[in-house]
Design a protein around this ligand. Structure first.
Ligand SMILES: Nc1ncnc2c1ncn2[C@@H]1O[C@H](COP(=O)(O)OP(=O)(O)OP(=O)(O)O)[C@@H](O)[C@H]1O
Length: 787
């Protein structure tokens, strides 16, 4: 790079920095000013007069409170905007941009080239001239999509062409240009190499400076309703998708918030691992959860099968898992629910004081008295209303009963005061939910008011009414919650009648096996436990019966590690987020839960979308591991040949065979020490949790952390982690514990072994007791070292 160029670029950087600093100062002043304003408004709360004696007084007070609130929230909004701008600018000042391109928009245009600088966020001077463009701006796509010369790039208005004359990349640190070089490629290998050679950290980083063309397509896709991203381990699926979220938040700014974007991730540790990326890009994190969290949150009284149980104890017959996870089962449940519109709804008595107040026959009659145009949800709503009304009719008859008489006799002074002071109570008054009742209580004040009664009879009448009304209140709540529907019984009824809706023989299941299975499910339901497959079916049935239409506010839904979902679960998510566009990422080779069943996943899921709106993207280049590790791991797979490693050199994977567990332990200790000396973060991956716990006990090394639950935080230094929790994560060095036939003994473990081995970035060690696992028999010997 000649000197003149350096001088010019330094001048441009200095000019940008000066403008940024000025802007930072004025933003700071703006924050101070708004803070002061907020204080003034807050202080003036004291001036709001509370007039609650008369109706007009209450209205007046409410109006001035509202006005005050509005003023406060306007000022707080402008403070938040200023604070956000301040945070972005502070970040930008260190590295205002990372690239420059000179181009003509029209290919034939021979006029003067336009020059733009690209950074994490855009920045314009006080004359509104852009000094830096956001990497997500349409024009910035030129940078990612091609080299020098004619480049076709994607914009929201379709493809555009440009003639690129210069592509320059910068490394700027603390406001100083460290390196700059011109390149002719899309994203130069040198830059990628530089990005990948850094040490791993416990947190994933953003990849904006080195996004690859294939990834850019995924990031900027706005057309597809279902975007399928397939790619080998470490091919940057997760990375691309996180930049995609940042892109979407920018592209639809003002219309889309981070709360309308949901990411389903494989486990909680993974959430922790990726949660720095969006903030690093100046955006707020999307909503992140696991499918387990989503499902179990809705069934708080049931113990839903955890990740560990699903991985280690899933005893369900494979054929049964297959049918339960199938789309056929999903459609069967929908048909079954249609049928419930006509008959067979399981209903419970509405019990009061140990006896049916409204018996189930009567409720069933009410439920089915509405015409056939009613949907299940409407039927439920209408039944609720009728039942609530009928409760009022029961007040008078109950008031005459002996238990009420007794209750009046036994009232303590305090209970009496509370009853007469509480004002008129309606059955529907429910402290948690009824805002009107709260308002009434506020108006009346919290203390009991003296109440005069004309006669003893009217006092008794009043008290009786209060007592009955109060005791019926829990019933009103039950009605509102629809607890007269017996969903458990309904679920079991469906299971018992499944053969009427699905051809079980097509799944190789005989009636008797199914029958036995249903009995097992009933037992576990009684014990308040459900497998994840059953939970999903249960929730879908529940939603159909209660007429839920899903969360319509969510606009984009992302599912990572889709191969571990069943078609049923995916269909349920589509039903639960009906207006969301889906981006799903997966690698069939890493299907550790659903195994072979994952094969039809993509086609099955696609049937739920408009064919025109389904798109696919494939990533074959891997970035995580060195060439040596990728070459080794791809041979563990039977069909891993189209995986190409990014050309980054490292040592060959090493295999240590020991003839006893103590010797294996000695080798483990040596390897941990070696990795520590070489500053390589290490994960010792065991197959199961029991293995991890046993190993920790024997190892007795306080500097090593055991990760045994997905709710733990990732720790610095070496960790021991069971295989199913390592999904989606990466480490400098990986040691696979018991890489022998005792743990990885047959073909069904092939994908698991591939998944754990592909977590390694620079160093991979396999420790075995006795012979190595036969799953590496196909790996050419020159690809590894044996110790
Ligand atoms: N364009 C890129 N530039 C720099 N680094 C990248 C790029 N793409 C991916 N990486 C890095 O490669 C590593 C693997 O990426 P990522 O975790 O997204 O892969 P994945 O396909 O989701 O893998 P897995 O299926 O194993 O979970 C990460 O460290 C990521 O930062």
């Amino acid at each position: 790079m000649d000197n003149q160029t350096k001088i010019e670029e330094t001048q441009y950087l200095e000019k940008t920095l000066t403008e940024m600093k000025t802007s930072l100062k004025s933003t700071e002043t703006e924050i101070k000013r708004t803070n002061k304003n907020i204080n003034t408004v807050s202080q003036s709360w004291g001036e709001v007069r509370l007039k609650t004696d008369t109706y007009s007084g209450i209205v007046e007070t409410a109006a001035s409170i509202r006005q005050q609130q509005q003023m406060l929230s306007e000022r707080e909004n402008s403070k938040t905007r200023a604070e956000q701008r301040f945070a972005t600018l502070t970040k930008q000042i260190d590295k205002p941009y990372f690239a420059r391109i000179d181009f003509n928009e029209s290919v034939s245009d021979s006029g003067e080239a336009e020059t733009i600088y690209i950074g994490l966020g855009s920045f314009s001077d006080d004359k509104n001239k852009f000094l830096v463009y956001d990497w997500r701006a349409p024009v910035a796509s030129i940078y990612y999509d091609g080299g020098i010369g004619q480049v076709t790039y994607l914009t929201p208005d379709g493809t555009q062409q440009a003639n690129v004359m210069l592509k320059r990349q910068f490394q700027i640190e603390d406001g100083v240009i460290v390196t700059l070089f011109d390149t002719e490629e899309a994203i130069g290998d040198a830059m990628l190499m530089n990005a990948l050679s850094g040490e791993s950290s416990t947190k994933m980083k953003s990849i904006v400076t080195t996004i690859q063309k294939e990834q850019n397509k995924i990031i900027r896709n706005t057309r597809a309703d279902l975007l399928f991203v397939q790619g080998a381990a470490g091919s940057g699926k997760t990375a691309a998708v996180l930049q995609r979220i940042a892109y979407l938040l920018y592209r639809y700014r003002g219309k889309l918030t981070s709360g309308q974007v949901v990411l389903f991730s494989p486990n909680q540790l993974f959430n922790d691992y990726i949660d720095n990326v969006l903030p690093e890009l100046g955006e707020q994190n999307m909503v992140q959860m696991t499918f387990y969290q989503y499902a179990s949150r809705r069934l708080p009284k049931i113990n839903v099968e955890t990740l560990q149980e699903r991985f280690e104890n899933d005893m369900t017959d494979d054929k049964i898992s297959l049918v339960k996870g199938s789309l056929a089962m999903f459609h069967a449940l929908s048909t079954y629910a249609d049928h419930l519109n006509r008959s067979d709804m399981r209903i419970r008595h509405l019990m009061f004081r140990g006896e049916p107040l409204v018996n189930k026959e009567r409720i069933t009659e009410i439920y089915y008295q509405y015409n056939e145009n009613y949907k299940l949800g409407q039927r439920l709503e209408a039944t609720r209303e009728t039942l609530l009304r009928s409760l009022n009719a029961h007040i008078n008859s109950e008031m005459r009963k002996e238990w009420v008489e007794l209750a009046i006799e036994n009232l303590s002074k305090q209970e009496y005061d509370e009853l007469v002071g509480a004002g008129k109570v309606r059955i529907g008054d429910d402290q948690e939910q009824d805002a009107a009742s709260r308002t009434r209580q506020t108006q009346l004040g919290s203390g009991p008011k003296e109440r005069e009664f004309a006669s003893e009879k009217s006092e008794r009448h009043f008290l009786a009414k209060q007592i009955v009304t109060q005791s019926l209140r829990p019933l009103a709540r039950q009605i509102r919650r629809g607890s007269f529907l017996n969903i458990n019984a309904q679920f079991v009824d469906f299971l018992r009648h499944v053969h009427e809706y699905v051809d079980l023989s097509q799944f190789g299941i005989v009636d008797n096996d199914w029958h036995n299975h249903v009995e097992q499910v009933i037992d576990s339901l009684k014990a308040k436990r459900l497998s994840l497959a059953d939970t999903t079916m249960y929730l879908y049935l529940y939603d159909l019966i209660t007429g839920k239409h899903g969360e319509r506010d969510i606009r984009f839904l992302f599912i990572d590690e889709i191969q571990d979902y069943t078609p049923f679960q995916l269909a349920f998510l589509k039903f639960s987020f009906p207006l969301a566009k889906f981006t799903v990422l997966g690698d069939l080779n890493q299907a550790i839960f659903t195994k072979d069943n994952a094969q039809n996943l993509q086609t099955d899921f696609a049937t739920l979308f408009d064919t025109d709106r389904v798109e696919q993207a494939k990533l074959t280049q891997t970035y995580r591991s060195t060439q040596q590790i990728t070459d080794f791991t791809k041979y563990i797979l039977r069909d891993g040949q189209d995986i190409t490693a990014f050309n980054r050199e490292g040592e060959k994977p090493n295999i240590c065979v020991a003839d006893s567990q103590p010797k294996m332990m000695t080798q483990l200790r040596q390897q941990i020490l070696q990795n520590k000396q070489d500053s390589e973060s290490t994960a010792i991956i065991t197959k199961t949790l029991a293995d991890a716990q046993e190993l920790m006990a024997e190892l007795g090394d306080k500097s090593v952390t055991l990760i045994q639950s997905e709710n733990q935080r990732l720790a610095q230094g070496a960790i021991v982690v069971p295989s199913y929790l390592a999904k989606g994560l990466e480490f400098d060095a990986v040691i696979i514990w018991h890489a022998d036939d005792t743990r990885y003994g047959d073909d069904s473990q092939r994908r698991l072994l591939y998944t754990v081995a592909s977590r390694a970035m620079h160093r991979l060690t396999l420790l075995s007791q006795g012979e190595m696992t036969t799953l590496i028999d196909d790996v050419p010997q020159h690809l590894y070292e044996v110790k």
